[in-house]
Write a protein that binds this ligand. Sequence first.
Ligand code: 26Q
Length: 824
Amino acid sequence: RTGLINDVVELTSEQFKFKVSENAKNIFRKTIDELDDRQKFQAVAYAVKDVIIDEWIATHRVYDKKDVKTVYYLSMEFLMGRALGNIIINLSCRDEIKKAIKELGLDINVIEDQEPDAALGNGGLGRLAACFLDSLATLGYPAYGCGIRYKYGFFQQKIEDGYQKEVPEDWLRYGNPLEVRRDEYACEVKFGGYTRTFTDENGRSHFTQDGYQSIRAIPYDLPIVGYSNNVVNTLRIWDAEPLVSFNLDEFDKGDYHAAVEQENLAKTITEVLYPNDNHMSGKELRLKQQYFFISASVQTAVKKYMDKHKDIKKLHEKVVFQMNDTHPTLTVAELMRILMDVYMLEWDEAWEVTTKCVAYTNHTIMSEALEKWPIELFSRLLPRCYQIIEEINRRFCISIEEKYPGDRGKVERMAIIYDGQVKMAHLAIAAGFSVNGVARLHTEILKNQELKDFYEMMPEKFNNKTNGITQRRFLLHANPLLAEWVTGKIGDEWITNLSHIKELEVYADDRKCQKEFMNIKYKNKKRLAEYIKKHNGIDVDPRSIFDVQVKRLHEYKRQLLNILHVMYLYNEIKEHPEKEFYPRTFVFGAKAAAGYKIAKLTIKLINSVADVINNDASIEGKLKVVFIEDYKVSNAEIIFAAADVSEQISTASKEASGTGNMKFMLNGALTLGTMDGANVEIVEEVGEENAFIFGLSSDEVINYEQNGGYDPMKIFNEDMDVRKVLMQLINGFYAPDDPERFRDIYNSLLNTKSTDVADRYFILKDFRAYIEAQKAVEEAYKDEKRWAKSAILNVANAGKFSSDRTIEEYVKDIWKLKKVKVEV
Ligand code: 26Q
């Protein structure tokens, strides 16, 4: 031991206990046993931060010394969930820390439970970014996550009288023990004003921005701890402050208004995460947020590079920017601006550097999610960036015309600026050296339908990277019983190399192992049942089939199909009480975007159906329906572990990938789903006989869509079960106080008057097939041996769906990074 700050030393439980008690004293002026639970969490969290800080410094020393190439993962969202428990399981000294916590008389679960979720994301896209950071650190790749430090993350959902209510989540109220504010990296971001041209002494013209408003961007760093490898990467999230704090000097100068405005802009810019998932909202503040964090991140990355290197033209040798959907596409314009206006490169030189540095991931084909900004707004807010994009567009359109002479349609469909709008995806594709989809089917649809013109023109850019999830959080941390069982059977290699989990396959037929597995599932179901009892006051039977759909509420995800089927089952049980029926618990968890009316009405429907069914003693508990309030990463960990059936029932072609499907699979739930997104690859890995697949294919859906849909009325008229369920939407069966309550849902399916397409998401078209698939689920569950075997085979074949595999593919095909070792 030299005592140097970066000297990573072995930690003993005694040392850790000392750290915790020192924290209790210094922060709270108390002894440990005087602390309340939240203070205990903080005292422990600060002690853990103290443990990782040396490795954090050591990691960046190594990066610096080796002069590594770094990926900047740019994302408006990082859905991190809780940090503490995850950090502890990833640290090599996890046993010492756990021992110390125990010896202090503290309960690690209670302590972990005090931490608020860092919900800086909406759903799939944000959680994917979080899984990627975990994998990058564990695999030892140099990486920064770059994002926004929203004061209010995703809203907290309360259910009142069956309706969703959004409550702001003040996650930073008590501070964040794990973050480090880095004032020394603060930078300036400019909005508005106008561009001015001037000619230098060599007769070259240049551009600058004048009359702008400035914001100070302040980075906060969060540690991303790799699994047992001493690597600690960084998630850098930016907060906004006024550049010169509000002062009376300005007032004296008569610029009182401008000073207040600057202060207000800073306050609002990082105030809140937009709670839209797969939906574009063209709000000015959203575009400000995008430019704010992109400008700060790109400036910092370029500065860091130039601190060590002379030649800005070789930036791509050390820096690559991955754009998580189109939200960070301003990277293209901002990098061009810096290269030309600050480093004085010519257009062609700047373009060459930029196009070697940026890559784009597409997460959706839903047209309402595509980002388009009105020229007026864009050019007013970001005059210099707009000017640059105009020039990119001009040149891009020329290259289209050169390649397809006389084909006006091509330019109209592909232009970056068209119809008064800036199309961010077109900019990202024109400038990016890589364009990837997030599951094989999704990438094929991009190539052959949505982005066909671009694929034809630039096929070499397109590639697939099927999503993945981190097994460290979603098995090792979320399901300790199953994790331990797996390790007992095949060793612990799976933690850092999930392909090893295939070795479980030999146990799938072993009766003893099947019983052990089913017993673990039962215990996890009991854990969820207790959570439900505590939060919903509902008794559910852990011996019933746990059939779970948790994800954002969206029409294309078809929670409506699920609840209509529950209504159908209830009718069946009421009409045929004598019939054998295996008890079922349907679990829902879903947040709706605050302005998404029909989604919110669907939540009310689910809760109304739950109320009727759960309170009907005559069905003897055969059916239960539970809506989990405030679905988020922390309770998701409990839910996945307890699921028997994984509902993945999106309209085929609409779900780009899905990642919940993978979390269920890894925890031994069987997929009930359509051939959509990554479900296709899940079934390919596990075998059709171990999943329940139903419904239209993506080709069939696309075909119907191109021919104006289908006629749901025909089904309504011919299928009496469907008809009965639909009538219950409008006859007050689930809304005696207001029979009209669910009329809009009824109309969305049958569309009597409105101009909209009827049953746009093919719910009635797939209803029969879904009923049959659900019957097959019940039959399969009755055969415990068969079910246990299938469940074990699901776990055993989940290897492909580790985000470690995904990241290795990004590294090899796109980022070209080198692995780094940090020695103790
Ligand atoms: C855009 C503009 C303005 C405001 C909001 C938005 C916005 C925000 C979030 C648009 C889209 C999103 C989120 C999209 C998303 O989560 N997509 C999901 O990405 C997952 C990871 O790749 C996939 O698994 C899912 O299939 C996909 O739906």
